[in-house]
Each structure stands twice: as C-alpha cells, then as structure tokens.
Design a protein around this ligand. Structure first.
Ligand code: BG6
Length: 478
C-alpha cells in the first residue's frame, strides 16, 4: 500500500460515546428518566445509574482524550437532562450548563465536539404521554429540543448528528425504539415520524446556524447477496431498502424508494402521510452522512414466510444481536423478501464478525447513493478485559481490528470517497447497551465490573498509545 495517498490534512480522528452509556448521574441536577433508565437488563449486568461516571469525571476524561491526540469527540446529549419530561415549558438550566462545560472542555484542547442530539434516549414521560414516536407530536417536541441545543451551543458546535441508528430501530422494531409497537403498520409509522423529526431538525439547524453542518447517524452496511442467483441479488437490494433506504432516501433524496413503498402498500403497512411531509423531506438537505459500521450483512431470497424478512438466531449471534431485539410482528399472509444467512467469507471475532473490506464497500456504496461527505461515527472491537499481571490491558486484537478498518478507509479515500473523519466506538470504556461492562470497546480502561464499582479509575490501554501515534502521523503509522 506504499502508493496510497495520505488521509486529508484536517481529517477528524476522533472517538465516540453516548450519554447514558458513560454519564451515570441518572437522577442528578434535575434529569428526568429516559427509556434507557427503564430498560430491563439481565441480573448481574451493569445498568446506567453510574455507568463510568463521566458526568463527574469529564474533565479528567477529556484531558486523556487530548493526550491521545483526538481531533474530535462524538458524544450525545440526554434529552431528559434538558427537558426532564421531554416537553416541559422551560429547559432545565443545570442540564444545559453541564453540556456547556463538556463542550468548553473539548474546545480548550482543540477537540471538535460532534454532538448527537438523540442516542436511544426517548424521555420516559413522552412514552407515557403519547407513545413516543407513535405520535406526530414527537416531531414537534424533538424539533423544539433540537432548537434549544442549536441556540445554546451553536456558537461552539459545528457538527450535529440528528438520530443515532434510527434506521435499525425501525428495521428491528425493538424496545430501543421506545413504546409499544402493535404491528408493522405502526412500526413504519413511528419510523416515518422519526425521519420527519430529523428532517425538521435539519431545517431548523440550517435556519438558525448557517455555518453549522448536520447529518443523520444510521447504522449502515453493505448487504451481500448469499449467491450469484439473481433472486438473491435482488433480495439483498430489497433488504437494503428496508434497513437503510427507509430513512436515508427520504432524508438524502427527498422521497421514499418506490420499491419500498410498494412492499409496504402490498401488505397494507405503508405509513400515513400528511400534506407537507414530502416537502419537508425535500427541504432537509443534510450536509453529510455519519454512520456506524460493525460488519456486512448477507441475505438470500426467502419468500417462504409471512415476515417481511427474518434474522435466524445463529446469524443474529454473529452480529451480537439478541433475538429478543428483533420483533417479528408481521403477520400478513404475504411472501417474505429476504433472510439473513451466515457469510462463510467473514471472520468471527469474540463478540462480532470482523469485516474490514465491508467497510470500504459500505463507504463506496453510501457515497455513490447519496453523494455527500461521510464520517464514521462508530466502529470498534468489543472484548471482556481485565488487567494482566503487569497491571496493563494488552488489547492487541483491538489494535489489529482498527488498523485493518483504517487501512480500508484510506483505500476508499483513494478510490474517490469523501471521508472526513473516523470516530471509533469508544473513546473510553462504556456500559454496553445490554451486556454491561463485561463487553468493553474503549481506548481507556475504567476500573469497575458489572457488580462492583471499585474505584472507577482510568487506565490507558495499549490501543491508547497506538491510536495516539496513528493520529500524530495522520494515519501513516498504522
Ligand atoms: C451501536 C450503538 O448500535 O452499537 C451503541 O449506537 C452501542 O450505543 C454499540 O453501544 C455497541 O453495541 P453493544 O450492544 O455492544 O453496546
């Protein structure tokens, strides 16, 4: 790879977290509850009450990020810290002040804050009040919340992400979407509202902050056909529409894909549209696309089922997705479209598959489809970790994983993709969505277990020093 062009000069080498997974302080300074505070977890698995106590230790943490050389820190704001009930008459000043401090701390070191407005944390009160995304009122409330953030932080934050992995929440119809989902019709209706909410926030952002840039933050991957059978090739495309096209096409092209709309119509599950919805999509005009990447999915044509698509347990396990996440709610007497299968060409890591070339394929695919600059906002290697006898964390597997993915990014850039940043998951150990702290992703180790908070002290892993020199050399020393 000697001949590869280097990474762009101002490439945003960063790392990511999400509020509920790091902050803790779950009921401090006026914070309301979110659906993550109410998530049911298996016994003995860490919840989010303390997490890694970033709410109190952000200064120390950001100093470590600066030492590592991070150019960007992607974090999320907890809606229920700003509006404890989601739509209170006034925002909670203490909550606003907290993120003022986090942003200022980043800027002190020249770290670009990349702010996710919504990362799974629907305020619990809005589920009670109107079923969360099930109601069109969620569009207005999300916009109001977003506008408060734009006004408060817009002088310092240039990069905004609307919703994290909205596409997957809709595709799976899982509990992270929030609220009760009766059937497929309602699931896609919720998705429609969520996508409209993003479009509306994009319009507001451009109106209030003409210099800022805003994009959506889906989880994305190339979809491989299981074989060269033309039916499998089409199934892979159809599945892509159901996982990605359903939110990205409206936001980035201004309309729902025709094929997607026809699957929905055939089954009587197309979302109800109101006058102005399509116009709002057309006005969204996002500036870039951020995406999370954890490995390519593979599907075959599979009409022998009433479900729109199926993800068998053995396949879900390869992506470390619990079957209980995937609600099978389609009960129409209609043929299915696709089924995920195991791809024999892709390696299996400790928790998930490892598919670096798929990242390059995904970059190429997204750039061709949507023609906007791209940034990777999650990609990373999970492991159960404990100190070795020398008191260190020798995470060579993580270094190896990131090295291969970064190399593919560089090749993609050489192939013409406009990629402006890479923010692996995670900057510091976080509590995973449902498997606690036994599953770590960070460059920085946090000394706690699922059941014992220990001293929560921070330790630099081997990957910390490795990433530091990657950043120093702008990706040349991998
Ligand atoms: C992404 C989420 O889906 O995957 C993160 O945006 C999450 O919040 C990450 O932590 C890894 O998944 P998990 O289940 O290992 O926490």
């Amino acid at each position: 790879h000697k001949m590869l062009k280097p990474f762009p000069k101002d490439f945003l080498w960063g790392a990511s977290t999400a509020a509920f997974q790091v902050e803790g302080a779950w009921d401090e300074d006026g914070k309301g509850l979110s659906i993550m505070d109410e998530q049911e977890l298996a016994a003995g698995v860490a919840d989010f009450k303390v997490a890694v106590d970033h709410y109190h230790r952000y200064r120390e943490d950001i100093a470590l990020f600066a030492e590592m050389g991070l150019k960007a820190y992607r974090f999320s704001i907890s809606w229920a810290r700003i509006f404890p009930k989601g739509n209170d008459p006034e925002p909670n000043e203490k909550g606003l002040q907290h993120y003022d401090a986090v942003i200022d701390e980043c800027l002190k070191y020249g770290i670009e804050p990349i702010v996710t407005i919504f990362h799974f944390e629907m305020p619990a009160a809005l589920i009670k009040e109107y079923g969360g995304w099930a109601s069109r009122q969620s569009i207005e409330d999300f916009d109001r919340y977003s506008r408060v953030l734009f006004k408060r932080y817009g002088d310092r934050v240039r990069y905004w992400l609307t919703i994290n992995e909205g596409n997957i929440r809709i595709a799976f119809g899982d509990h992270l979407l929030g609220g009760k989902i009766k059937d497929d019709k309602q699931r896609f209706q919720m998705g429609h509202h969520m996508t409209l909410a993003q479009a509306k926030a994009m319009v507001s952002c451009h109106e209030l902050l003409p210099q800022a840039k805003i994009g959506s933050a889906p989880s994305n991957t190339i979809i491989y056909p299981a074989s060269s059978n033309p039916e499998d090739v089409l199934a892979a495309r159809d599945y892509d529409l159901l996982r990605s096209g359903l939110t990205l096409d409206p936001l980035y092209k201004g309309y729902y894909p025709k094929a997607l709309w026809s699957f929905w119509e055939e089954r009587g599950i197309a979302p109800d549209m109101e006058a102005g919805d399509l116009e709002l999509f057309k006005k969204a005009r996002p500036d870039f696309l951020a995406f999370n990447y954890y490995g390519g999915h593979t599907v075959r044509y599979y009409p022998e089922t009433a479900e729109l698509y199926t993800v068998p347990a053995d396949v879900a396990a390869r992506y470390n997705v619990s079957q209980s996440y995937i609600r099978k709610i389609s009960r129409e007497k209609q043929a299915g479209i696709a089924q995920e299968v195991v791809n024999p060409h892709i390696r299996q890591g400790e928790f998930r598959i490892i598919d670096p070339v798929g990242l390059r394929a995904t970059l190429r695919d997204l750039y061709e489809k949507y023609n906007v600059p791209l940034i990777i906002t999650e990609n990373g290697c999970a492991a159960a970790e404990e100190f070795t006898a020398d008191g260190k964390i020798h995470d060579t597997y993580r270094i190896e994983y990131l090295r291969e993915h970064i190399r593919q990014c560089q090749i993609a850039i050489n192939e013409g993709v406009e990629l402006f940043g890479y923010c692996p998951w995670t900057a510091i150990d976080v509590v995973s969505v449902k498997e606690g702290i036994g599953k770590r992703y960070g460059f920085i180790y946090v000394n706690r277990t699922d059941t014992d908070l220990r001293d929560l002290k921070r330790y630099r892993k081997d990957s910390f020093y490795w990433y530091k020199q990657v950043i120093e050399s702008n990706g040349e020393n991998l």
